[in-house]
Design a protein around this ligand. Structure first.
Ligand SMILES: O=C(O)CCC(=O)C(=O)O
Ligand SMILES: [Fe+2]
Length: 367
């Protein structure tokens, strides 16, 4: 089971942002208004000239999937993957092999879920301080700022298959679609981990063999349009506690995901039918910091709502992790301690989202 905090958590009143929009369309309660330093400064979010939009790496997976390992295409895409993971921690994949109708269906049922009446969604409440169900995750105190977002999160592997307390019965095809989708994303993650291993010159099965029965969680984030997107954040800055994250954005949605590159928030421009992949904390640790879990956040839009469907893929909780010895030498001294992944997950889900702070848990500071 996903780790759950053992301490009592008082989170105060949390407005449901969709309901707020219906009843008080121009109101931004104080708890959503960010301190100056955190505000998204919409007018100044531009892409620095050093990394024009075309540089946000796009990996054509068909060139790797179908390519013969000695072909130029295969090597070129693997090199692109490697530089994306080192320099950006993010890339988009096209020709990923997942049926586009399935992506569309997933988007449809996610939207149908969020459009249900509040009472229906609240049948699956996210308990204070936990990260599963409907509500706001990562809230631990009454004075913590809130995100302009509604979330619904579910563990899909390995133990949660259709637990009736957690799996919605509406829309009718929710569970079936989530299961098929999650199976496809699982295959994609396994393949990506193989290619990541190849790109590092490692045995291609190294991650699969190490991870045990991988844990997989699904989170759907719905960001209603916000009358003052300059004052709020859709999702607070954070890195992901996973090994890999796969993110699907709603078709035709506003641009909302931003990543921190060279101290500038760079927007990720959605590419139709592509999936956004990012490196999570686990891969940063295993690669001794060579591949980075990069800080990211979501911003809102004044007129458009936005949906993201996010899968977190991580090792089994029993696994002990630390930098791979192949990636530690005198030029690259060991930067992270060994730890149990369940403990790290517990640490992650019991702290508010705060940039890359959670990874301090694993850092060795004396080099
Ligand atoms: O909605 C987005 O684009 C970001 C979602 C995200 O980073 C997350 O759920 O961890
Ligand atoms: Fe994230």
């Amino acid at each position: 089971m996903a780790p759950v905090p053992s301490f009592p958590v008082k989170v105060g009143h949390i407005d449901d942002v969709q309901e707020l929009k219906k009843t008080k369309p121009s109101s931004i309660p104080e708890r959503f208004v960010r301190d100056m330093i955190e505000r998204p400064k919409l007018a100044t979010v531009t892409t620095p000239s050093s990394c024009n939009l075309n540089n946000i790496p796009v990996v054509d997976l068909s060139k790797i999937l179908k390519g013969n390992k000695n072909s130029q295409d295969f090597h070129f895409e693997i090199l692109k993957l490697s530089s994306s993971c080192e320099e950006w921690g993010f890339f988009q994949v096209i020709n990923h092999g997942i049926d586009l109708d399935l992506l569309e269906k997933m988007e449809k049922i996610a939207m149908e879920f969020f459009m249900l009446p509040l009472e229906e969604k609240q049948k699956y409440p996210m308990a204070p301080g936990t990260v599963q169900g409907y509500g706001q995750a990562f809230v631990f105190s009454e004075d913590q700022k809130l995100d302009w977002c509604n979330m619904f999160a579910l563990g899909v592997e390995p133990h949660f298959i259709r637990n009736p307390k957690l799996w919605p019965t509406k829309p009718a095809d929710f569970s079936e679609t989530v299961e098929i989708y999650s199976r496809e994303i699982r295959k994609l993650c396994k393949n990506l981990l193989k290619y990541i291993a190849i790109s590092l010159g490692l045995n291609e099965d190294i991650f699969e063999e190490m991870f045990g029965v991988a844990v997989q969680a699904l989170r759907m984030n719905y960001y209603p349009a916000c009358p003052r997107p300059d004052l709020v954040l859709g999702l607070s800055p954070h890195s992901d506690g996973s090994a890999l994250t796969v993110l699907q954005q709603g078709k035709g949605n506003s641009v909302g995901l931003q990543i921190l590159k060279d101290n500038v928030w760079v927007p990720i421009q959605p590419i139709p039918n592509a999936l956004v992949i990012n490196i999570g904390d686990t891969i940063e640790v295993l690669t001794n910091g060579r591949y980075k879990s990069v800080e990211h956040r979501a911003v809102t839009h004044q007129e458009k709502d936005r949906l993201s469907i996010v899968t977190f893929y991580a090792p089994s909780y029993e696994i002990e992790l630390g930098p791979l010895q192949e990636l530690v030498d005198e030029n690259n001294p060991c930067k992270y301690k060994r730890y149990n992944h369940g403990e790290y997950s517990m640490h992650y889900v019991t702290n508010k989202l705060q940039g890359k702070k959670t990874l301090d848990f694993a850092k060795i500071y004396n080099n």
